[in-house]
Design a protein around this ligand. Structure first.
Ligand code: C5P
Length: 240
């Protein structure tokens, strides 16, 4: 029977955060940001192992105690130049250690999405575990889309019908994901589904939730903290 694995690419520098500390280690709700994704994936009873892909130059990971996750967590210091190469290197490393098989499922989840809930993770797993292709969490676009031009003048309003915002986790079988990410064009793709689409396949869109935000800019951390507190049933006392 196929098993389920999670991969967390965490080898980025997070330069848009304007901080010398890579964003996956910025403090969020009293923990390094990556802790939250590691926790949600490791406590899922369906997931056999969680592979974390760090940069070979990472100097932060070992500053924290990860022993509570030791039964599931496997760390590889094999991150690459891009997100896609980090994931590809991690998949190969897991296979070299005979930890994963061709038909097993891989859920790729960015370290920069700390607010994934247990319920959403379970929903993705339930909706895709019998799927031919696999798929991803995503939410339909709610804003009106403008195409900008010179001097930020609107050139066109784009129809938003059928447009979705891709989130993670994105879930595919090991061999399919490996084949997709091995293609030279995949190196610069910003998500795994794009690489699978380039093989001519149509991943399934599983309705996600706007709370599964991606941390890109410093202000995103404030919102993430609120979401995490709400998920944990804690009230948020606003400080001046
Ligand atoms: O930079 P961005 O937010 O798009 O990165 C998404 C995820 O990919 C992050 O978790 C980041 O650490 C990871 N990443 C990586 N290797 C890279 C670049 C990004 O693992 N070379």
């Amino acid at each position: 029977m196929s098993k389920f694995f999670a991969v967390i690419p965490a080898a980025g520098s997070g330069s848009r955060m304007g901080n010398s500390l890579p964003k996956q280690y910025l403090a969020l709700a009293g923990r390094p940001m990556i802790y939250h994704a590691v926790h949600t994936l490791c406590v899922s009873p369906e997931i056999a192992n969680v592979f974390v892909i760090l940069s070979p130059e990472d100097r932060e990971w070992l500053k924290y105690d990860w022993s509570e996750f030791s039964s599931k967590l496997v760390v590889f210091n094999c991150g690459g130049e891009t997100r896609a190469t980090s994931i590809l290197n991690g998949l190969k490393a897991a296979s070299e250690k005979s930890l994963i098989g061709n038909e097993d499922w891989v859920m790729v989840h960015d370290a920069a999405r700390p607010c994934l809930s247990k319920e959403l993770l379970k929903k993705l797993l339930d909706e895709l575990s019998d799927d031919e292709v696999g798929g991803l969490l995503a939410v339909p676009l709610s804003d009106t889309l403008k195409r900008g031009g010179t001097n930020n003048r609107v050139q066109k309003t784009e129809p938003r019908k059928d447009l979705w915002q891709a989130q993670t986790p994105q879930m595919f079988r090991y061999k399919l994901l490996l084949d997709a990410l091995c293609k030279p064009d995949s190196i610069t793709m910003t998500d795994d589904a794009s690489a699978v689409e380039a093989l001519g396949l149509c991943p399934k869109l599983v309705l996600g939730d706007v709370s599964n935000i991606k941390i890109t800019y410093p202000k995103d951390l404030v919102l993430a903290e609120l979401i995490l507190r709400a998920q944990n049933g804690e009230s948020y006392d606003k400080q001046d």
